[in-house]
Design a protein around this ligand. Structure first.
Ligand code: PEP
Length: 252
């Protein structure tokens, strides 16, 4: 049985005090819930990681970063390495988010480098993949996701794959209010699981958590999460409001 995961990507929102307040209220809500059912992860901006860790460190809500550098250390002004992320108390890092791919031109090769550095630093990676609208309209969505996984992820060993969570995020559904239908999500999640099975075998593919991301809300989460290959969600906008994020956790 795979454990469900709900991860909140705060993006570049909230100052430190607001972030600490939100993290504290999620931690309080979650500490009153039965253990083991779901893993909740909060991914604030780098600058808030250590402060939010102070709030979460005695509870069960995990901490993650939204990105890390493609180099281990050195003269890279403004960058934050995977090891630095780990030293804040974070356990996870999101790699390959579509906003990083499109606004910062991060390609599969670079994302592969970041993924390996993150794993070698002791982090778990939430690896994002997904097609843009034109690619879906042209019926190229499977080819695109396959390429993103083969080039970004499939150089990993099976042991390293144990530290991976995949997030399928159709780019046309991120922050747009459009959501993939539960059937579209299931179809792609099954495809991803089959690719992993082909490459790493059935044990690995059965264990691998695959999250859906793209305009998830309390009102649509339950139906999407009920599909057999959907193991939870990576949440953007709705992770910024306690009621919405809690509503999504409840949907799991
Ligand atoms: C995201 O950015 O990962 C995301 C899923 O955003 P939203 O939920 O706002 O579509």
């Amino acid at each position: 049985m795979r454990k469900k995961i709900v991860a909140g990507n705060w993006k570049m929102n909230m100052d430190l005090a607001e972030g600490i307040k939100l993290a504290g209220s999620i931690d309080k809500y979650f500490s009153e819930k039965p253990a083991e059912k779901v893993t909740v992860i909060l991914c604030p901006p780098f600058i808030h990681l250590a402060g939010v860790h102070e709030v979460l460190k005695h509870g069960r809500v995990a901490l993650g970063a939204q990105n890390c550098a493609a180099e281990a250390s050195g003269a890279f002004t403004g960058e934050v390495s995977a090891w630095m992320v780990k030293s804040t108390g974070a356990e996870y890092v999101i790699i390959g988010h579509s906003e990083r791919r499109s606004y910062y031109h991060e390609d599969d090769k670079l994302l592969n480098k970041k993924t390996l550095l993150a794993i070698n630093s002791g982090l778990k990676v939430i690896f994002c993949c997904g097609e843009v609208l034109k690619e879906r309209e042209d019926k190229k969505h499977f080819i695109i996701v396959k390429r993103q996984l083969e080039e970004g992820l499939f150089s990993l060993t099976s042991e390293q794959m144990d530290r991976i969570v995949i997030a399928y995020e159709p780019v046309w559904a991120i922050g747009t209010g459009l959501t993939a239908s539960p059937e579209q999500a299931q179809e792609m999640h099954k495809y991803i699981r089959d690719l992993v099975k082909e490459k790493y075998g059935s044990d690995c593919s059965k264990k691998l958590p695959i999250l859906y991301g793209g305009s998830c809300k309390p009102s649509n989460a339950k139906e999407i999460f009920s599909k057999p290959d959907v193991d939870g969600g990576l949440i953007g906008g709705a992770a910024l409001k306690r009621e919405d994020f809690v509503g999504i956790i409840e949907a799991v």
